[in-house]
Ligand binder design. Structure first.
Ligand SMILES: [Zn+2]
Length: 421
C-alpha cells in the first residue's frame, strides 16, 4: 500500500505558521503569550479539520495532547513544542509538532482510524523557558522533576509570577504535576528536532540518531589574590587572581579533549577591583561542563578542580568553588536508537550517532522511564535561537519521511519489544 505521507505539506504548514506568528525579527511564540496561543490554535484547527476522530485536551501543566486511539492502550508518544524564544528560528520545536501531525495523518489513513497501538502527539508547554528563565516546564511537570519550591518564586521582567501567569490560562500551579498521569500507558517517546549545532553539516549528512542529552556540571570558580598598585608592584611579588583564572582558559580545552565528546565553556569572567591601575584581587569565572557519560563528566570536573588548585598554588592565590547547577546525562534507549539509525539509512543511505548538547523535552520523558529516542536533522549555519536558523527544504522533507519510518518501526517494536530486524 502506498503511504499517504506528504512531507511537502509539513513544510507548507511550517511556512504558514511562520507567517501567522513571526515577524521580520523571527518567531515570536514565547510561551504564555497571545502569539503562542495563536500558533496552538492553528495546530488545533488543522487537527480538527483533518483528523476529527483525534481527541484533544490540555493537561494540568498546559501540555496539549492529541490522541488517536488504537487497539491497545499502550501509547506511542510523539512530542515537540510550539513555543519559541523571542526572535527565534522558524523550526525549533514546531518542526517536531508538524512532522508528528503528518505522521498521525498517515497512521490514521493506513489503519483506517484504528492503529494497533494508541498514538499521541504532545505539544509541550514552555520548553524554552524564555519568560521565566526555567526550561522544560511542561515536560518536567509531567515527568515529576519540576521543582515546585523554586518555580513558585519565578517571575518575569514585569514581576508577574509563574503561578499568576498559569492562572491566566486557567491552570492551577499547585496541580501541574498531576499531568504525570498522561505517561501511564506510554511505551515509547519519539522526538524530531533540528540539530542546532554544526556536526551533521560538517559531515554533510542530513540526519542523525541521538544517543541522549548531555549531563551538565555548572560552577562558579573564584580566585582570591591581593589588590596592588600596577606601577609599584614588581611582577614577582604579585598575587594576581586573574592570572590563575586565565590559565583555566586554555586548560579546559585539554580537559575536554581528553574526555572524548565532552565540552567545557568559561562563559563569564568578572574582576575586582576591576580598575586599570590595580592587580586583580578577586576573579570569578563560570565553568559549564557537559558530557553524555556520567563518569567522564565527573572526571572532567575533577580535572578542572585539580587544575584550579594547581594554578592557585603557583600564583599564591586562593580558590573557591560553588556549584550553580547540575543535571545527570540522560541516555536514550539502545533499541530505539538502533531503529532510528535503520530508519535514517533506509531514507538517505547513511546515518550518524551523536549526543545532544542542548536539553530537550525528550530528556524529561527519558528520565520518567519511558523508552525514548530523538532524531536530528541538519541545521544550516549550525545555528538556532536566531532568525537565521534554517534547514534545507529537501532535508526537512527527508526528516519527515525518516521520522515516519521510525514511528512505524516503533509501533511494531512496541508489540514485540527486543525484536529488531
Ligand atoms: Zn527546541
Amino acid at each position: 500500500m502506498r503511504s499517504s505521507l506528504n512531507p511537502k505539506r509539513t513544510v507548507a504548514e511550517l511556512k504558514e505558521l511562520r507567517a501567522l506568528t513571526g515577524n521580520e525579527d523571527g518567531a515570536q511564540r514565547v510561551a504564555f503569550t497571545q502569539t503562542w496561543l495563536k500558533g496552538r490554535a492553528y495546530l488545533r484547527s488543522l487537527v480538527s479539520r483533518d483528523l476529527p476522530e483525534v481527541e484533544v485536551h490540555n493537561d494540568e501543566a498546559g501540555n496539549t495532547w492529541f490522541t488517536l486511539r488504537g487497539a491497545s492502550e499502550k501509547s506511542l508518544l510523539i512530542g515537540g513544542h510550539m513555543d519559541s524564544v523571542p526572535n527565534g528560528g522558524w523550526l525549533d520545536g514546531c518542526l517536531n509538532v508538524f512532522a508528528g501531525l503528518e505522521i498521525l495523518r498517515r497512521i490514521q489513513a493506513q489503519y483506517a482510524g484504528r492503529p494497533p497501538v494508541t498514538v499521541r502527539l504532545v505539544d509541550w508547554a514552555d520548553e524554552e523557558g524564555a519568560r521565566f528563565g526555567k526550561s522544560l516546564f511542561g515536560s518536567s511537570s509531567c515527568s515529576g522533576n519540576f521543582d515546585m519550591a523554586e518555580a513558585r518564586r519565578l517571575a518575569d521582567k514585569q514581576g508577574v509570577t509563574l503561578p499568576d501567569a498559569l492562572k491566566k490560562l486557567g491552570l492551577d500551579f499547585e496541580r501541574v504535576k498531576d499531568s504525570g498521569r498522561e505517561l501511564k500507558d506510554a511505551a515509547a517517546y519519539l522526538e524530531l528536532h533540528i540539530e542546532q549545532g554544526p556536526v551533521l553539516l560538517d559531515l554533510d549528512l542530513p540526519l542523525g540518531a541521538v544517543l541522549g542529552t548531555f549531563g551538565v556540571e555548572r560552577h562558579a570558580i573564584t580566585f582570591h589574590g591581593q589588590a596592588a598598585h600596577s606601577g609599584s608592584t614588581p611582577m614577582n611579588r604579585r598575587k594576581d587572581a586573574f592570572l590563575a583564572a586565565a590559565k583555566m582558559s586554555s586548560e579546559i580545552y585539554q580537559i575536554a579533549g581528553r574526555s572524548g565528546n565532552g565540552v567545557c565553556t568559561i562563559g563569564s569572567c568578572t574582576t575586582k577591583p576591576g580598575i586599570v591601575t590595580s592587580v586583580v584581587e578577586e576573579c570569578r569565572i563560570t565553568l559549564d561542563q557537559r558530557h553524555l557519560d556520567a563518569s567522564k563528566l565527573a572526571q572532567m570536573l575533577a580535572e578542572a578542580r585539580a587544575a584550579s588548585e594547581r594554578f592557585a598554588a603557583e600564583g599564591s592565590v586562593g580558590v573557591a568553588w560553588e556549584r550553580l547547577w547540575q543535571i545527570a546525562p540522560r541516555p536514550f534507549n539502545d533499541e530505539l536508537i538502533a531503529l532510528c539509525d535503520q530508519a535514517i539509512r533506509e531514507t538517505c543511505g547513511r546515518s550518524h550517532r551523536l549526543p545532544s548538547g542542548p536539553l530537550h523535552d525528550a530528556a524529561e520523558v527519558a528520565a520518567a522511564g519511558v523508552p525514548t529516542v530523538m532524531m536530528f536533522v541538519q541545521s544550516l549555519h549550525g545555528i538556532s535561537h536566531n532568525k537565521i536558523e534554517d534547514t534545507r527544504e529537501e532535508h526537512l522533507e527527508l526528516c519527515v519521511t525518516a521520522f515516519d519510518k521510525l514511528s512505524e518501526k516503533t509501533m511494531q517494536w512496541m508489540q514485540s519489544p527486543g525484536k529488531i530486524s
